[in-house]
Design a protein around this ligand. Sequence first.
Ligand code: ATP
Length: 299
Amino acid sequence: MMAALAHTAYPRAAQAEAASPAPERVMTTRPAANAAPAIEILSAEKVFADGTRGLAPVDLTVREGEFLSLIGPSGCGKSTLLSLVANLNEPSDGRLLWWRGGFDGVGAEGRRMSVVFQDATLMPWLRIASNVRLPLDLAGVRRAESAPRVQAALEGVGLGEKGRSYPRQLSGGMRMRAAIARGLVTEPNLLLMDEPFGALDEFTRNKLDADLVDLWWRRSLTVLFVTHSIYEAVFLSTRIVVMAARPGRIFAELTIDEPHPRGDAFRRSPCFAEYCQRLSALLTEASLASDPATTEAGA
Ligand SMILES: Nc1ncnc2c1ncn2[C@@H]1O[C@H](COP(=O)(O)OP(=O)(O)OP(=O)(O)O)[C@@H](O)[C@H]1O
């Protein structure tokens, strides 16, 4: 089980979504600032074999229950940072902690992690259900046990009827949902997502964003999310980390202190527009700080 998160009840009338009869859920602005750390990045630095300094020392704590997005100009190290957290890459210096321990503790109860990339990477020759079942097959889970878990994961992303289809029979948005189902089938506590909806049209992306934030909220997930989209970052996140390039580093942070679940009413609200403007201004500053000429001049 995950550590208890602070749930702050909001008067339903305070939100336009309250007009909708469907969700009987308590609104919340989790997580608590003092929630336990899921990931601690401690002065982690990355210099690649060719000498490229992908990341200057970065210090960042991702707390349980956060939806934390990384945004910044191209080459600022978002994917590099995510790959360190996924343990697909090692820091050249500094270290990371996963649930206050080493990576060998990942996978234990309450410490499960999944990664979803921009490309759905489904096996074209396997039906959707078999694609989603892959992580369970690799873990040696027996079919009798995996079948209901696969079906539940598919239903969780709205693909309950598509298990017998092949990837080519699905739209791009559906394939991405299948990739998310594959990420969720192991019931992760932490979901790492590298621009998962970057290749989708805006309408589909908005829909998947709404479903993702709903999943995050219902399942008490912790999410570390890479995006280039200001709107997506503001809509989804509890906190946004703005990065600058050359070398990749943390430039600024913005907390989106708005209750969940969030829906279209939030997207249309003046405060959404304000957050977007603030984030846009920070990104402009980060881009200027990423310009070598500016950086040198200011040094
Ligand atoms: N394997 C590698 N070898 C050398 N340099 C690399 C390698 N991987 C990344 N880099 C460099 O490290 C820096 C950070 O790259 P990274 O892909 O993390 O940035 P990003 O913010 O995710 O970029 P984008 O938004 O364009 O995806 C860039 O300068 C990139 O060229």
